[in-house]
Design a protein around this ligand. Sequence first.
Ligand code: FAD
Length: 461
Amino acid sequence: MKSETLEALREAVRGPVIGPEDSGYDDARKVYNGMIDKRPGAVVRCSDVADVMSAVRTVREQGLELAVRGGGHSGPGLGIVDGGVTVDLAPMRWVRVDPGARTAQVGGGGLQADLDHATHAFGLAVPSGTVSTTGLGGLTLGGGHGYLTRKYGLTLDSLLAADVVLADGSFVTVDEKNHPELFWALRGGGGNFGVVTSFTYRLHPVSTVGVGITVWPAERTREVLGWYREFLPRQREDLYGFFAVLNVPPRPPFPDEIHGRKMCGVVWCWTGEPDRLSEALAAVQEPGKPAFHFAAPMPYPELQSMFDELLPPGLQWYWRGHFFDRIPDAALDAHLTYAEGLPDGLSTMHLYPVDGAAHRVGSGDTAWSYRDALWSGVFAGIDPDPANAQTIKEWSVAYWEALRPYSMGGGYVNFIGEGEGEDRVRATYRENYDRLARIKREYDPDNVFHTNQNVRPADVA
Ligand code: FAD
């Protein structure tokens, strides 16, 4: 990038603009996934909405590539772009809670942990993902599923309004009444439509929750998953549990004798009556005696951050996803094969429930079209050592391929892996794709926001 361009950016914004010659450059270009090694021309740390507006205008005037970074957790590293400008929202992590109205407004760079911390003080929460260092930006715009999804829906189902800087650098506030089509598109359409500088969420009463972890040896995956697929969808929406295959991490609460063992298991969250947690989880004995079972009450933010330390920034990640509305017996066999063949380390497969309250919203009511899915599956290769990058990627892709015949034909937009291509984005949105493309044509006809799972502007009729 030319020095005059960097100068123009520095003049345009108040926050720091970090270029390749600056001392903080290597830190500024890092994203959560250590496999991503991109070299942007500049990282613009935006301090407020005015900075975002100026940065977007300058990027357009100079004809540069643009990326928008919320929490930086995208698997394919979509928060950063080679040679272009990253609009980094990390300084914008403020939260304002209105306990009377039961709403919270969060800056566009806010993390789940920021929101959980602020709302927990009032016994309130927004459904979000299962690792609290994740950015609310990418999470909300793509969907957002986690422990509260069966009870209160996706993160985007709690979105009431958003402040957005559009492709021409102008600013709008969108909700059900103002720019309703754009509001529809933001709820699932990813970062395609603008830079969201704040999100306003509806809050739900959640304070202490019941938490459980149950694991069984990996060789029992067939029986355990066969039981889980029948059990969970029939339970009250107060019970949530995501299924996982994993190597047991060498840390509490797991006992020493199972550390490093290949297992399958379920992580539970109970939002029902506090004294009925044991009763809600009594059925875990049904598929055979677990190797370990733990259940206890926990403040909700503690559950949300339970896996943060296990998954620090900088690990190697490669993931892909599928939606499922059934888990037939043949799929159980495939899960058993890949659970037993799990690479050592942190790689995992999760099946996140997306039924319950998430099913009470229609497939066309927001851009998130898979309201008939029961599970959102992720096949995640994870390892600290770059030398293992190829191995974990191959495991993830092979497992994903093996489950493809039993999937619904698309996957969660936030679980699309590097190199999956445009058809996969279409498959994610199904019948909502064409409407998204028309809204894209209206709000971003030149496709300025394309460093994302891109929806191209519809052709002019
Ligand atoms: P970024 O990399 O910053 O951004 C991702 C995309 O969103 C980019 O295209 C970016 O341009 C866009 N974007 C981000 N912020 C904004 C904004 N304010 N305005 C406009 N565009 C923006 N997902 C779940 O649903 N449930 C989970 O339980 C879950 N667990 C996860 C655990 C881990 C450890 C990780 C790494 C990811 C997990 N995810 C989960 C996936 C997660 O939702 C996505 O990776 C999401 O994109 C992260 O958002 P981010 O803002 O941190 O990412």
